[in-house]
Design a protein around this ligand. Sequence first.
Ligand code: CO
Ligand code: ZN
Length: 343
Amino acid sequence: MELLRKLSNAAGVPGHEHEVRAICRDALTGHVDEIEVDRLGNIIGRLEGQGPKVAVAGHMDEIGFLVSHVDSEKGFARIDPLGGFDPRTLLASRVNVHTRGGALPGLVGSKPIHILKDEEKKQPPEISDLFVDFGMPGDEVGRRVRVGDPVTLRQDFMEVGKLVSGKALDDRIGVYVGIEAIRRMKQRNADVYFVGTVQEEVGLRGARTSAFSIAPDIAVALDVTVACDVPGVQPHEQVTALGKGVAIKVKDSASISHPGLVRFLVDLAEEEKIPHQMEILPRGGTDAGAMQMAREGVAVVSLSIPTRYVHSVVEAAHQDDIESAIALLTAFLENCHKADLQL
Ligand code: CO
Ligand code: ZN
């Protein structure tokens, strides 16, 4: 879990994943035969072997912002979102603004309730209304902060009961699961590539280019999925539940998993007694959506880690589900040469 803690605490908005990439490089070194970084910033670690070519992808980026305007008179900045934020989760939060001179702390400010008009109280804020307060004179902000500086939310990773919680579990958990599986593999029956992808949250961009260059037969996206097993949600709307195991994705709005891979994973999980659940996500997608359309097509599936409060800074996942995901992925990588991909 120390690796997951480091990954979660690291900063990496889309297009600026270097901190996460460095952690991945360290964690992969000594466990793969070669490591490459492509022009978009995807990191690719290869475990060379005979058999099918398999790519396993977890995205390194997290939702965040870029500074879009600096008010060097009053000392505030405006921000432009990278990824799908719920603005209700942004009020009253702290951020890091990653300037050339290092990270500067800032506050997402808003009007206090004491002066809100009745109609303002009913409406959630829009991101375009938000601003970052640096607590510094305007001219100093003007000197230190530039348009284009990445902005991440501040939140420390922690254990809460049986859960782990923090920012960017979407998708540092996927990155963690992929690296752990690579480290635990005992047999090589496939040519395996771990890919830490970039820019997933803005349109699966790194997955597209890395799948083109690797040209895999099979690709597995590792990502979080929605767990709505909370008060006020009907059982049929939960998607997944925490503690019930890794989710084998059947479908989301970006991909339909290869039925042969789904069958193979379910059988494998049953044989190995790995807790698992099936997932259909009505809205949202993973890197599998881009990977399945690489070149002449790739057989894809996603393994999901059920997560509550996705795209907020209190994202939470069950430690046992993370273990189940690592166990199933490891077993898959050791046995995927036996999968029947006939449609
Ligand atoms: Co996401
Ligand atoms: Zn994700």
